[in-house]
Design a protein around this ligand. Sequence first.
Ligand SMILES: NC(=O)C1=CN([C@@H]2O[C@H](COP(=O)(O)OP(=O)(O)OC[C@H]3O[C@@H](n4cnc5c(N)ncnc54)[C@H](O)[C@@H]3O)[C@@H](O)[C@H]2O)C=CC1
Ligand SMILES: O=C(O)[C@H]1O[C@H](OP(=O)(O)OP(=O)(O)OC[C@H]2O[C@@H](n3ccc(=O)[nH]c3=O)[C@H](O)[C@@H]2O)[C@H](O)[C@@H](O)[C@@H]1O
Length: 450
Amino acid sequence: MKVCVVGSGYVGLVAGTCFAESGNDVICVDVDKDKIDGLKRGVIPIYEPGLKEMVLRNCEEGRLNFTTDLDLAVKESLVCFIAVGTPPGADGSADLQYVLSVARSIGRAMESFKIIVDKSTVPVGTADKVRAAVNDELGKRGTHIEFDVVSNPEFLKEGAAIDDFMKPDRVVIGTDNVRTAEIMKELYSAFMRKSNRLLVMDIRSAEMTKYAANAMLATRITFMNQIANLCEVMGADVMAVREGIGSDSRIGYDFLFPGVGYGGSCFPKDVKALVKTADECSYDFVLLKAVETANERQKAILSDKILRRLGSAGDKPLAGKRFAIWGLSFKPRTDDMRDAPSLTIINRLLEMGASVHAHDPEAMNEAKKHFGDRISYSVNKYDLMRGADALVIITEWNEYRNPDFDRIKELLINPIIFDGRNLYHPARMKEAGFEYLPIGRNGNVVCEMN
Ligand SMILES: NC(=O)C1=CN([C@@H]2O[C@H](COP(=O)(O)OP(=O)(O)OC[C@H]3O[C@@H](n4cnc5c(N)ncnc54)[C@H](O)[C@@H]3O)[C@@H](O)[C@H]2O)C=CC1
Ligand SMILES: O=C(O)[C@H]1O[C@H](OP(=O)(O)OP(=O)(O)OC[C@H]2O[C@@H](n3ccc(=O)[nH]c3=O)[C@H](O)[C@@H]2O)[C@H](O)[C@@H](O)[C@@H]1O
């Protein structure tokens, strides 16, 4: 099938590449000329495991192409995906300017029947706006061409994007047209081997499904963060509690890891957008508003602990203190720093007068865009600890899981570790001579917890 994907970011590039991998002819479009020029030379603009190899292979075999020429891509394709950003506007609602601008461009370019698929995360009712924008452009041209608008939200996770796309738990197709549903089923058939859960539903339900999924996951994480905070005061251990509740098949173990608050390009903005959608309909979504507030507080948990343990009086209570940071990206296996908790935590440490020295396996270039030379960076994860007052763990990269603790103890001024991701066993850290401050753990757990 001939497919174009407009927007070659995390979602568009992964979707386009996976569609090419399953034998389709795909053109990925972007307005960013540098990005497209780079992709043509095999330079992948993001870090996503497995993506580079797959892009190179499909380009070489001629099924995957890159262009800034949207007109040409649209003319040559039956299915046109919109996969551009929907960032939060000033009031928290999803900013649809990029989606609607692409819809207009498609309306100006199309010469035959098209299936226009909205893959960006968009509020309920956006498909109607896309349809109106395309019709408006066709009207300006004084022409009538049939087209269909489909909602096909994406559920991939960064860091596991290819696997999530090729082996999805489900694919959601929102359409009111049976023939279009069949074409979409054919396009996705290669990915339906793990589960045959291709769910065809009405467009508005498909649009809502995406927000409901992200809001549910954000709520679940927030719930666990609050349980962890309570465990800490009550002397319980949140990792034992996780085992205890996760074993109930109605609850399950996934997405119950407490930490420094959820971040990333989607949970924060999608929770905000859903609250805003509800507000616009005069529905007070109290639960999600509380989730947002609780998550903001959670991002301050680590810096609050640091302040309590190492702070002094005055308006710069951490002046003269030096911190080694492990992990900058919002989660492991990505270089994405959009809404990363590390931004809040590090800014807070800097405001309190501390100096910050950071390591991340992939995100240091991204971090430089945010912090510039206000912090220093180290490609070696131990060097930055020399003379530091404590180690602060923000992101759970695998390479931090079994470090050389003797070396850490030698380098730090104080053997203190503030762990925002509960990577180590508290009892063992105590034996090793560390003062270990995880999230919601008491160190009395005798058995190993996963
Ligand atoms: N990042 C993720 O893990 C996921 C994102 N989503 C949703 O997918 C959408 C896209 O997200 P990302 O891929 O992360 O965004 P991104 O920011 O990585 O990529 C968007 C791309 O669109 C391009 N673009 C903007 N306007 C354009 C235009 N008029 N024509 C052509 N290209 C244009 C930009 O240059 C950029 O390369 C958002 O709605 C997001 O909420 C959904 C699931 C997962
Ligand atoms: O709409 C999106 O963009 C995507 O958002 C999330 O994916 P992503 O943001 O890539 O990453 P997650 O693994 O979901 O992590 C999000 C945040 O939650 C945090 N998290 C996750 C899981 C957990 O148990 N605890 C926890 O604190 C992570 O550290 C991270 O900050 C969803 O998981 C995807 O299904 C969705 O498609």
